[in-house]
Write a protein that binds this ligand. Structure first.
Ligand code: S3P
Length: 439
């Protein structure tokens, strides 16, 4: 099978309505919560991507029955103590940082050692960020070189509540500690730098003993022992991170309009919207509604008359953490210099994305200046490409692939973009949707 894609033609102006796939963060969290519920939970529009299927395989290994039929996923939870822990279980989190880091929080009471492995990309990522706080509960960890997968966890019967100061702005670390905190007698307290808050919202919707205080620069979360989780029927809304590729495409076009239906617009995820609006893109939320603690809307985007560079405020970083590659691309066409700072966390993703973002722009002929935690982009509103560009995506980072496709569709040139299969991790339908813009 040809694993690369060739793009030689720009997309023409459009006026489209599209729907993208279900939210990845919510899909994985729904699976994990439902796996400990008392009885049957059902989800519609669960994202059918490799990361999510890896989460389903993981809970099956722990003895939980799952059925997927006609687009509906059913999980038969056996209650809060329903995992069947056996000797020598190995769980493969594949490419998924979210699964790999959230799961140990759920496994905090395993009596036997459980091994977590992952693919080449996940095996390069930092797992000390979860093993350090989770060890404080009383679980024992062994990591490759003290930091990486494979990871082994043995839980404890005598788990103690902890205080955890989360300083990275990582929702994965915060969530992992919340899940572990559900197992101890007493109350764990997390002082967390702002990050996506789906775990807290789902826990609150499920009436679990969680208390959330929103402060200006951090959130204070208190979580106590959970006795019971009720089954959770859920319609997963569309993913704003997947939507962002098409929002950016519209921003890079002229005379184009796009509506994306039924997207999760949780405030902790909409950094890209605020950033692009500041750059001059017209974006509106329509048909807003609340859904089980989350906020949903159709996103309407109109291409701008002029794109302006941005000195991006640091406080917008966490809400745009997965979208920077595509935001950099918009900055490439903006008038003036754009500056993004305090973004070292980007190099902790599926691939070192700060480096990749810069590399893609340089291949397009855009001047940049970078440090290990910042990027300056000298935008060129006249940018039109004619040259050959090849993108070899060594760690198969899905967002590097999709950003490159959008660059090719918006700026022209002859592009060969490797590792088409990387989209299977988060957005298998991406190419089909791109093709809708060609009609
Ligand atoms: C995620 C949190 C973020 C994000 C990832 C999904 C989540 O990672 O980059 O794609 O679902 O909790 P970090 O927690 O490492 O910031």
């Amino acid at each position: 099978m040809e694993k690369s894609i060739l793009i030689k033609e720009k997309i023409k102006n459009f006026n489209k309505i599209i729907t993208v796939s279900g939210d990845k963060s919510l899909s994985i969290r729904w699976i994990l919560f439902s796996s400990l519920a008392d009885g049957m939970s059902k989800a519609h529009n669960l994202l059918m991507s490799e990361d999510v299927l890896a989460a389903i395989s993981a809970i099956k290994k722990l003895g939980i029955k799952v059925k997927i039929k006609k687009g509906v996923c059913v999980i038969y939870g056996n209650g809060i103590n329903g995992y069947k822990y056996k000797k020598n279980i190995t769980i493969n989190a594949q490419n998924s940082g979210t699964l790999g880091r959230l799961l140990p929080g759920f496994l905090i009471n395993t009596p036997y050692s459980i091994k977590i492995i992952g693919d080449k990309s996940l095996s390069k990522r930092d797992f000390k960020r979860i093993s350090v706080p989770l060890s404080k509960f009383g679980a024992k960890f062994k990591l490759h070189k003290n930091k990486h997968l494979p990871l082994k966890i043995v839980g404890s019967k005598n788990l103690k509540p902890i205080f955890f100061k989360e300083t990275l702005g990582s929702a994965q670390c915060k969530s992992s500690v919340i899940f572990a905190g559900m197992r101890t007698t007493g109350t764990s307290i997390i002082k967390a730098k702002k990050s996506r808050n789906h775990t807290e919202l789902l826990a609150r919707y499920l009436n679990l003993p969680i208390n959330i205080q929103i402060k200006k620069n951090y959130d204070l979360i208190k979580i106590s022992k959970v006795k019971k989780i009720k089954p959770l029927n859920y319609k997963i809304p569309s993913d704003i991170s997947s939507s962002s590729f098409f929002i950016a495409l519209t921003a890079l076009m002229s005379n184009s309009k796009l509506t994306i239906k039924n997207v999760n617009i949780n405030f902790s995820r909409t950094g890209i919207i605020t950033i692009l609006k500041k750059m001059g893109v017209k974006i509106f939320f329509i048909n807003k509604k609340n859904y089980k603690g989350e906020k949903i809307a159709d996103i309407r985007v109109e291409s701008p008359n002029t794109l302006k560079g941005i000195n991006c405020p640091k406080k917008l970083n966490s809400g745009a953490i997965d979208e920077f590659l595509i935001i950099f691309l918009v900055a490439a066409k903006a008038k003036g210099i754009s500056y993004f700072k305090d973004i070292a966390e980007l190099n902790q993703k599926e691939s070192p994305r700060l480096k990749w973002g810069e590399k893609i722009l340089n291949k397009m002929g855009i001047k940049t200046i970078s440090s290990n935690n910042s990027l300056k982009i000298y935008g060129n509103p006249e940018l039109k490409l004619k040259k050959n560009i090849t993108i070899k995506n060594y760690l198969k980072d899905h967002r590097v692939f999709m950003t490159s496709v959008i660059a090719a569709c918006a700026f022209g040139g002859n592009w060969k973009i490797h590792d088409k299969d990387s989209i299977k991790t988060s957005f298998p339908n991406f190419i089909n949707i791109i093709n809708q813009f060609k009609k």
